[in-house]
Design a binder for this molecule. Structure first.
Ligand code: TEU
Ligand code: CA
Length: 557
């Protein structure tokens, strides 16, 4: 049975539970905290809430290391709290999707605890075990995101196991039908409880090349990590099986996180005829400012590159569907990265929101993006808690990088920028907790907070509210086809969306200065339905003087 495609006209809001709202003073955000903030989210107008992992976990990688797929971690609450949350989300006219982490588990998971004991128990083949090379070294040269080698030796079995992430995150063996069955069963459990979908962690890594070949030496860092596991030979077979066994039975949405996946491969995942996933998180626009240490660089993106990759995905996914995002719990704040966090913080945050939300696809808002939050000044490198940041700091120190450089790239790229507690007001700890926040940044002083934003009619928050409402008002925002009309401008990104009766003309400036811009003659004369500046004095005939980071959306019939 095919279900309705409600996710196409939805806006998703991502909640990082640990950092959203603490309800009991232990400094950790929790489920009751989220319940207490549902009115804020309903008012914002978002349709779907996505929660980062809240399952039982030792939190080596903040919950992406699951020890028990069937239980909620006690830091966040109980299963009853979760059921209450789900009911309340639905009462507030929203839906709830959970994170699904099935490429790997925690090493504390019962499956792994059993698996590592011997080569002949029920769980022996649940993970990827390989014999050492004759000299005792690791089976191949694969690297991992959070450690040097992707292999860890276990004496009990005299074997290595594969972990593409931390050594406490062993990769599951998807070749084993028992693994797949166990995962599908667990997925049905959550759907039977009533959840509305899954965000599927590193879903493009499930199927590994079974001869486990060495990666070529000259691959850039971020490619080496997933060499031999990205879009592997049985990937689509597994997802089609998952669809038959699970998704086809429920009216739910699915979004796969797909590292190392290009737009041609994405078609295979998202073409509805193929019965796999609804949409993917792509990484091409996240890789535009990579440098020597991969993500941790001070390279600034180029608008021409951004326009090229965004247009590529918009053009390619015609039968499939795009997910649209600037940031998440792994990425820095968009105003800092793509806008101007100082002089034009508010204007550039609104412009970035406009560019993204008017594109074709389902937009995702990461908590705090709707306030235009910036990256965070950590006073000392020791204050970072994220496992990825810690690894890269050690690596750069070892390479002899200057302290100032390390501080700079961590400021620009650390995942902790997005993981700081949500600022609700200007009370103690910005209203996040009455205790000590789990991620405690000395002298943390966010540029704004939710309460101020609610009171200020020109805030980024109100603008986002408006952006979301346009999707409900104009069908063309949902179904219009995309066309980029200025492929060579170094300051301005312009595109149209069009269906049979309506057209949108979207113009966004990425410049810190005023720029003269002429709307192409066949696109002139629309009604201005959205602007991040006062509307007066915008037009000079058909020429517009675009002010710094100005965004304008025109509507034509
Ligand atoms: O991230 C997957 C992923 O591709 C990461 O390597 C990502 O590129 C990196 O964090 C960027 O800095 C997912 C989760 O979103 C992330 O939080 C987890 O740490 C990771 O999987 C392992 O589960
Ligand atoms: Ca708490």
């Amino acid at each position: 049975m095919k279900h309705s495609e409600w996710w196409k006209d939805s806006v998703v809001y991502q909640i990082y539970p640990q950092s959203f709202q603490d309800s009991n003073g232990d400094g950790i955000g929790d489920l009751q905290g989220i319940i207490s903030r549902l009115p804020y989210l309903e008012k914002l107008g978002v349709d779907v809430l996505w929660l980062n992992p809240i399952y039982k976990s030792p939190l080596v990688d903040n919950g992406y290391d699951i020890a028990d797929y069937y239980d909620i971690d006690s830091r966040y609450g109980t299963l009853d709290d979760f059921k209450e949350l789900l009911e309340q989300v639905h009462k507030h006219h929203m839906r709830l999707i959970m994170d699904l982490v099935v490429n790997h588990t925690s090493d504390q998971n019962y499956w792994f605890q059993e698996s590592k004991k011997s080569k002949n128990n029920d769980y022996s083949d649940f993970y990827i075990w390989k014999d050492p090379k004759s000299d005792g070294s690791a089976p191949n040269n694969w690297g991992s995101t959070f450690t040097d080698s992707a292999w860890e030796y276990v004496p009990e079995r005299n074997q290595y196991y594969l972990h593409l992430f931390a050594k406490e995150q062993p990769d599951l063996n998807w070749e084993n039908p028992e693994v797949r069955k166990s995962i599908y069963k667990m997925m049905r459990y959550w759907f039977d409880l009533g959840i509305d979908g899954f965000r599927m962690d590193v879903i493009s890594l499930l199927s590994k090349l079974q001869d486990f070949p060495n990666a070529p030496d000259d691959l850039p860092l971020h490619k080496n990590y997933y060499y031999g596991s990205s879009n592997g030979p049985r990937e689509h077979e597994f997802l089609q099986e998952m669809y038959q066994e699970v998704f086809s039975k429920y009216d739910v949405m699915t979004v796969g996180e797909a590292a190392n996946t290009n737009s041609d491969q994405a078609i295979l995942y998202t073409d509805p005829q193929r019965n796999e996933l609804n949409m993917l998180f792509q990484f091409d626009h996240m890789h535009l400012d990579y440098g020597k240490y991969g993500k941790f660089s001070d390279v600034r993106f180029k608008l021409s590159d951004l326009r090229r990759v965004m247009t590529d995905w918009q053009d390619k996914l015609v039968d499939g569907w795009n997910s649209l995002y600037w940031s998440n719990h792994d990425q820095p704040r968009p105003v800092t990265r793509f806008g101007n966090e100082k002089k034009y913080r508010v204007q550039s945050a609104k412009m970035l929101g406009t560019l993204l939300h008017m594109m074709k696809g389902t937009p995702y808002i990461y908590q705090g993006e709707e306030l235009g939050l910036t990256n965070v000044n950590f006073e000392s490198l020791d204050d970072y808690q994220d496992i990825e940041t810690k690894k890269i700091i050690a690596e750069m120190r070892e390479a002899g990088e200057r302290k100032e450089y390390i501080e700079k790239v961590c400021y620009l790229k650390s995942r902790d920028n997005a993981r700081t507690p949500f600022p609700w007001n200007n009370q103690k700890n910005n209203g996040f907790t009455t205790g000590i926040p789990w991620l405690n940044v000395p002298n943390y002083n966010p540029v704004t907070n939710a309460l101020d934003a609610i009171e200020d009619k020109d805030s980024v928050l109100h603008y986002y509210q408006n952006l979301i409402s346009l999707r409900k008002k104009y069908q063309v925002v949902v179904d219009g086809s995309y066309s980029n009309f200025n492929s060579d401008d170094s300051d301005v990104y312009g595109y149209t969306r069009a269906n049979a009766t309506e057209q949108l003309v979207v113009i966004c400036s990425f410049s810190n200065e005023k720029v003269n811009y002429e709307i192409p003659s066949d696109l002139q004369g629309g009604e201005l339905i959205l602007s991040n500046y006062d509307r007066v004095n915008l037009h000079l005939g058909n020429k517009i003087v675009l002010r710094p980071y100005e965004a304008a959306v025109y509507y034509r019939r």
